[in-house]
Design a protein around this ligand. Structure first.
Ligand SMILES: [Zn+2]
Length: 443
């Protein structure tokens, strides 16, 4: 994605890569910001759990490399095994994962269930019966929105006749918009039979940490002088804040999801934005679009991080990608029809279009990588497009209202409906029903 005023760049390095010494082994791990030193024994349950063709297909079609980069030298695929460098700085220290000789029926070690593993839905009206869904409303919102750069305000007088100021508008905070969508979506998914939890239900951080907790990490990572403080060094403060809201907050959500909620599916709700230059003289942008992200398309630099390399392999070995690929294509198709927006097209190599839908791209974001189950990451609507902005200003009105020449339901309702309809279509088409018949069978 091009550089945004509101950058959806959770995967981008916040600061220089950190070299964290592991004092127990004396090894030096090459880690992403706030990343954990990898425990490679986490791959042990997957020994002989995947065939070479399956591994190779996923690796080459989805995970390895942005467009044009050569295959990673850190993951070498041999005849009967894959050899993985455990520590970027010690290329001789390797983990060997052996391939299965034939496709097995054993379920990989994981907490989530694929659509085929779910018990049959008990009612034709509830294709999501018993499905555990975590809704993750993106960002924090509220008082944090300005710090997270998810705060927009088109001031009056920027459109139409400059002598005739437009009515004053309220600031738009992405975290607050998607929380409203999340509450509506929760009710709709529950009606379809799902068990739904919101990862955050208010405009407060999930993590108990705060920006000053990252001052020392920021100081070391950014090479700031020892007398720099939060008060006298805006650059140091900004680095600590970014570690807080871009990394620690997502990591705290991943701990909640992976250790406590353990859902079958996570829905990350976001609203997109385009660059709009000087925020003091903000104006609307001409484009409005939609895309959906799933995890993949790691750059060579990302694979070189020891923690990211392990996280990528865990996703691959759990079979998350095929599940995300099929589900995202159906959901995106239904949504695109419903919200009537064209697909967004990346012009940068950090995302790659998936083969099943022009709306779905694979990209390595922190949330799509760390949440250890299928994750759909939604990016509909451009907030600084006039139509989106006007609809957000109109709020959650009942029924339809004419906005910019067309009768429309409110945006929060439209977004939530589109996601629910997409999931309903996917599970209706792919899940066994009633007495355990084949997919799509009727009573
Ligand atoms: Zn966002």
């Amino acid at each position: 994605m091009k550089r945004l005023l509101i950058p959806a760049v959770l995967a981008a390095p916040l600061v220089a890569p950190t070299a964290a010494g592991d004092t127990t082994t004396g090894s030096i791990a090459h880690l992403s910001p706030l990343g954990e030193t990898p425990d490679w024994s986490r791959l042990d349950p997957y020994q002989r759990g995947i065939t070479k063709p399956d591994f190779l297909h996923q690796w080459q079609s989805n995970y390895d490399g942005s467009q044009g980069t050569p295959p990673s030298p850190l993951v070498t695929i041999l005849e009967d095994r894959v050899r993985i460098v455990k520590c970027f700085k010690r290329p001789d220290d390797v983990y060997e994962l052996f391939f299965a000789t034939s496709p097995g029926s054993a379920r990989p070690s994981r907490f989530w269930r694929s659509v085929q593993e779910l018990p049959p839905a008990r009612s034709p009206d509830q294709p999501l019966d018993g499905l555990r869904i975590a809704i993750d409303p993106g960002h924090i919102g509220g008082d944090w929105a300005k710090m997270e750069h998810r705060w927009f305000h088109i001031l009056s007088g920027v459109t139409g006749d400059p002598k005739e100021p437009a009515p004053a508008t309220l600031p738009v905070k992405e975290g607050d918009v998607v929380l409203q969508v999340a509450r509506r979506l929760e009710a709709k998914l529950v009606r379809l039979g799902a068990k739904v939890v919101l990862v955050r239900s208010q405009a407060t951080p999930v993590t108990s940490k705060r920006p000053p907790d990252f001052l020392e990490t920021a100081r070391i990572a950014g090479n700031f002088p020892s007398d720099a403080t939060f008060e006298n060094s805006p650059a140091l403060a900004s680095t600590a804040e970014r570690l807080f809201y871009l990394s620690e907050e997502i990591r705290a959500r991943s701990r909640k999801i992976n250790q406590t909620l353990r859902p079958d599916l996570v829905l990350c709700l976001h609203v997109n934005a385009e660059p709009w230059g000087d925020p003091e003289h903000a104006a609307f942008v001409p484009s409005n679009h939609f895309h959906l992200l799933i995890n993949g398309n790691y750059s060579a630099g990302e694979i070189a991080f020891d923690d990211q390399r392990l996280e990528l392999l865990l996703r691959l070995l759990q079979g998350i990608h095929p599940e995300e690929l099929a589900m995202s294509a159906t959901v995106a198709g239904v949504m695109a029809e419903s919200i009537a927006l064209p697909p967004y097209t990346y012009t940068t190599p950090n995302a790659r279009r998936t083969p099943l839908s022009e709306y779905v791209w694979s990209r390595n974001l922190l949330a799509t990588r760390l949440y250890a189950c299928p994750v759909l990451f939604f990016e509909p609507y451009v907030m600084n497009h006039e139509l989106t902005y006007t609809r957000v200003q109109a709020g959650a009105y009942e029924g339809k209202r004419e906005i910019l020449g067309e009768a429309r339901v409110n945006l929060f309702e439209e977004y939530a409906n589109a996601v629910a309809e997409g999931l309903e279509a996917y599970f209706r088409n792919h899940r066994r029903q009633f007495s355990g018949g084949p997919p799509g069978s009727q009573p």
